[in-house]
Design a protein around this ligand. Structure first.
Ligand SMILES: [Zn+2]
Ligand SMILES: [Zn+2]
Length: 133
């Protein structure tokens, strides 16, 4: 097992992220068993300032695509395009999973995050957007 690129991500969260994308690699769109999927963190140096949403900084990709992202590399712009193409429901799921993250560390730019999510889910409880089935 690789060390996660996302510090503080618990195994449960990681599994839930993979479930949120229904086991589909976000780059090649193939289905993979969870153990073959990895969490890629989009380069923070270029990206962090622009988005506070932690879900917008990650991609769930298969091992092969993950290697491509780092070796080619896939441009941050293209990685962001993948993020922006996510369905509303996937986006909500990813945010919820990461938003409720216990925070073993707190980067200075994320200090308002948990409060923000609490307020959000007070008004929009998880699952309220789900359609039947
Ligand atoms: Zn892939
Ligand atoms: Zn990566």
């Amino acid at each position: 097992m690789q060390v996660s690129e996302y510090p503080g991500l618990t195994p449960v969260q990681e599994k839930n992220l993979k479930r949120a994308v229904e086991g589909n690699c976000e780059l090649c769109h193939e289905y993979f068993a969870f153990q073959f999927l990895e969490i890629h963190q989009i380069s923070r140096r270029l990206y962090r300032e622009m988005v506070r949403d932690p879900a917008a900084r990650i991609l769930v990709v298969c091992q092969l695509c993950h290697q491509h992202i780092h070796r080619l590399p896939v441009r941050v712009k293209d990685q962001r395009a993948i993020v922006s193409r996510r369905s509303f429901f996937v986006r909500q799921d990813l945010r919820r999973i990461l938003g409720y993250a216990p925070k073993p560390y707190s980067p200075p730019d994320d200090t308002d995050m948990s409060q923000m999510y609490e307020e959000y889910f007070y008004h929009f409880p998880p699952g309220s957007f789900r359609l039947g089935g």
